[in-house]
Design a binder for this molecule. Structure first.
Ligand code: TRP
Ligand code: SF4
Length: 404
């Protein structure tokens, strides 16, 4: 068995649904760039997930895949530090998804909040499909196939990591047992003494039936105190709390991505659906044009009218981009009508353009050389497949499918 340090493994994916914008950069991508230095990272393009909602018109997925990979590279995701790949090029995800589907109760999927929410939100699409119902389980397969312990996601995706934990727990419970494991574990409980044995059983039951994390912690602490257990028995009983002998698929934890404070051009959160974005690789003239035409404090009709930054979306961007002295200048100048709105926007345009300069430079290398991008992905897919195959071998063996 290959040894994988799950706690060191990070996996995350993004659906290719269009060009990325500065909200993605300040939220997700800067976080990925940081994580790639701290963990063994796998970042992938979730094209199958895009297909679950985009199946009637899959064209845009293909174009978005390459744009998105270049956006990642431009943001500083480094193929030397992280493994970058495309989901559909690692078919092992699909096999694990299929195998996990055998043990996943329908109700678990029907109860994931995004299932109904997205159907409501995307009314124009028919999402009463088998594939869409399975969306969170496919995501579970994405995570579990790498035995990733940490999954950077936004708050909207936490329920998907949660169901992944439940599926992993069920899998380990069903298939992680070694022959005779249960008898040995039961015999070990006998050695703890009546009172402790009873308490152990009760905590184990609470954890297994209700997923009670406190019960898990308490049971572990209880085991730690036991003096008269051999090392072997003690390890058995640690595994037995969680149901099986071996942990084949470790339960991942969500790593909550800090909410991006990046406002859009209208002051709402920057989002494609609001049409208020600046693209990650927007060209400088267009940045200037977009910022210059931004709505300002509606009370500032004439240049001589004083304004209030708190009522102005431009101020929201200053909070992200400007130093204290500039912010001071804005507040002062706005409230006293000492500066005009175009004056106020100028340093902002400069700051955004300056931030994007390095992104454009990095992107240029790849835009002019599609083969380079393809070879980065090719290599990433190979690395990912090797890791995925290790897990899948073990999963097949555990389920009795390793015919020779
Ligand atoms: N569902 C995620 C999203 O929409 C994308 C995704 C697919 C993902 N598989 C994943 C994220 C696995 C983290 C881990 O954002
Ligand atoms: Fe907004 Fe700046 Fe104009 Fe004030 S001066 S209203 S903060 S753009």
């Amino acid at each position: 068995m290959s040894s994988v340090d799950s706690q060191q493994r990070v996996l995350s994916g993004m659906r290719p649904t269009g060009k990325l914008h500065l909200g993605h950069y300040h939220g997700v991508l800067k976080n990925w760039v940081k994580l790639q230095h701290e963990y063994e990272c796998f970042f992938f393009v979730a094209d199958w997930h895009a297909l679950t909602t985009q199946y009637e018109d899959p064209r845009i997925i293909e174009q978005s895949v390459w744009d998105m990979v270049i956006d990642w590279l431009a943001a500083g995701v480094n193929p030397g530090s992280a493994t970058i790949f495309i989901q559909s090029k690692v078919p092992e995800h699909a096999e694990l998804h299929l195998l996990l589907s055998m043990i996943t109760p329908l109700g678990w999927l029907e109860r994931v909040p995004t299932y109904k929410d997205q159907q409501e939100k995307l009314k124009e699409k028919d999402l009463a499909t088998y594939g869409f119902l399975g969306y969170p389980l496919l995501q579970s397969a994405d995570i579990l196939i790498y035995r990733a312990g940490r999954v950077p996601v936004g708050a909207d995706q936490v329920s998907h990591v949660e169901i992944t934990r439940e599926v992993a727990r069920r899998f380990n419970h069903l298939y992680g047992r070694e022959p005779g494991f249960e008898e040995q574990a039961e015999a070990a409980i006998g050695k703890m003494g009546k009172k402790n044995g009873k308490m152990y059983r009760e905590l184990r039951r609470r954890y297994q039936e209700q997923g009670d994390q406190d019960a898990l912690e308490t049971a572990r602490a209880l085991l730690k105190e036991q003096q008269n257990l051999s090392l072997g028995d003690s390890e058995r009983l640690y595994g037995y709390i969680e149901g099986g002998g071996k942990v084949i698929l470790p339960e991942p934890q969500p790593l909550l991505t800090p909410e991006s404070k990046m406002p859009g051009l209208d002051g709402q959160k920057m989002s494609k659906s609001y049409g208020n974005t600046i693209a990650l690789r927007e060209d400088p003239d267009s940045v200037s044009q977009k910022v210059r035409t931004m709505q300002t404090d509606p009370a500032r009709v004439r240049r001589t009218d004083p304004g209030e930054p708190e009522r102005c979306p431009v101020w929201g961007l200053h909070k992200v981009y400007s130093q204290d002295d500039t912010k001071e200048w804005v507040q002062q100048g706005c409230r006293s009508a000492g500066i005009g709105c175009l004056d106020c926007k100028k340093p902002l345009i400069d700051a955004i353009v300056a931030e994007q300069k390095i992104l454009h430079e990095r992107a240029a290398e790849y835009e002019g050389n599609p083969e380079l991008v393809r070879s980065i992905i090719e290599e990433g897919c190979e690395q990912a497949r090797a890791a995925a195959r290790d897990t899948l071998d073990e999963v097949r063996r555990a389920m009795g499918l390793s015919y020779r």
